[in-house]
Design a protein around this ligand. Structure first.
Ligand SMILES: Cc1ncc(COP(=O)(O)O)c(C=O)c1O
Length: 398
């Protein structure tokens, strides 16, 4: 057997103890040029970088969950349990009539499924493709929209937000007119800016995209912390939303490790996406765990309430620091600009790391994010630690 571990697609293919290195000719060139997604090592760190729920299960709930999971038939493929989870989520979200729900292994998988559903493949070798469909999203935004589009052979168009991270409506509409995207993603609230975009702008984009049969996917990953859900708009005016899909996840709710995303849409669309969903994409353990969590939804909504209170306290504290500007958040994170050049934000980021606090340095992700770090809201104790560290760093670096 080969005694080495491939780290990524750039790992050396020599020293195999054999002259036969693997032949990668059938691996796509664009994939060979990519880097694998790296999850930062956060051992020993206060982890405030990934919008996870900071609260772990109480010992009592942990023990109950353990007992529940012990009863799960892990020798069987997922079946009835997954149907129960769909019913529980439909009930939890308040599914409108005529709507259905698709489960994904996190929203990430749903984004891939949507791409697959829209990507064109030649039906007959002799018939060339008319055009490559496109995915459009405001930027800076959630990176998986573009990554997934490119992987599925779809064009990707990013449209810059305004400097206050509001939608640039004229630019969005003209990009929609020019590219006629198959899918427009609107994260509501957005990541990393954490704001809700203007309702009127979203309505106009939905109207324009619907006119030619495109899809608008409203991504509500941060819904537990937001003051408004687009589901209410769908319920109030289903006709205007026939081309709208709503995507949610249990990750930010409190189950990031469990990997459950769900897509809500008119039943006819859901039926199409169901055709391409891998049959057993949600494991029995994940489904049981999510069912258990939904049976204790009040525990998680209490946590969301605390996180929202904490978010406001952090924002208030930061707004009093010189040269620090927190942006208004409707998520469980706060985008913060450290004024001056980018190096100041980087120094703060590195300084926090030295203090064993991990946040996300987004300052190089997009020009609009110059000087910005994204702070995930933690427990009250964690936030106090973060703020004390920031006070100290701002005082020492200014
Ligand atoms: C806007 C947005 N959508 C979707 C996701 C992915 O969620 P999941 O954990 O369900 O894959 C994230 C993750 O951070 C996100 O920020």
């Amino acid at each position: 057997m080969w005694g080495f571990k491939l780290k990524d697609s750039h790992a050396p293919t020599h020293n195999l103890g054999t002259s036969l290195a693997p032949d990668l000719r059938f691996i796509r060139e664009d994939i060979k040029a990519m880097h694998a997604y790296v999850v930062q090592d956060a051992k020993g760190m206060l982890k405030l970088d990934a919008m996870e729920n900071p609260f772990s299960l109480s010992p009592e709930l942990g023990a109950k969950l353990g007992a529940r999971l012990a009863g799960v038939a892990v020798n069987r493929y997922p079946g009835a349990q997954v149907e129960s989870l769909k019913a529980a989520l439909a009930n939890y979200a308040g599914l409108p009539s005529g709507y259905g729900l698709v489960l994904g292994n996190g929203s990430d998988e749903l984004i891939s499924l949507l791409g697959t559903a829209c990507a064109q493949v030649p039906q007959k070798a002799s018939v060339p493709l008319q055009s490559v469909p496109c995915v459009l999203a405001p930027e800076p935004g959630f990176v998986m929209y573009s990554v997934s589009a490119k992987l599925q052979g779809l064009n990707y168009v990013g449209v810059d937000l305004l400097s206050d991270f509001e939608l640039d409506l004229p630019s969005m509409l003209s990009a929609v007119d020019n590219h006629k995207p198959a899918i427009v993603y609107l994260a509501y609230p957005n990541n990393p800016s954490a704001n809700l975009w203007s309702k009127e702008s979203i309505e106009l984009i939905i109207k324009r995209v619907s006119e030619y049969g495109g899809w608008v996917v409203v991504d509500e990953a941060y819904q537990p912390f937001s003051s408004h859900s687009w589901l209410d708009e769908i319920k109030n005016n289903p006709d205007a939303h026939r081309q709208v899909l709503l995507m949610r996840t249990l990750s930010k709710f409190g189950l990031a490790g469990v990997r459950i995303g769900y897509l809500i849409g008119p039943s006819t669309v859901v039926a199409e996406i169901e055709k391409i969903r891998p049959p057993y994409n949600v494991s029995v353990l994940n489904a049981e765990c999510a069912l258990f969590a939904l049976e204790h939804a009040e525990v998680f909504s209490d946590q969301a309430r605390i996180i929202c209170e904490q978010r406001e306290k952090i924002a208030q504290h930061l707004s009093k620091l010189k040269g620090v500007k927190p942006f208004k958040s409707e998520g469980n994170m706060i985008l913060v600009r450290f004024e001056g050049d980018n190096s100041y934000a980087v120094k703060i980021f590195e300084g926090l790391k030295l203090k064993h606090i991990l946040v996300k340095n987004v300052s190089k992700m997009h020009p609009l994010l110059d000087g910005c770090l994204r702070l995930t809201v933690g427990t009250p104790e964690e936030n106090a630690q973060l703020l004390a560290a920031l006070d100290e760093l701002c005082a020492s670096l200014s």
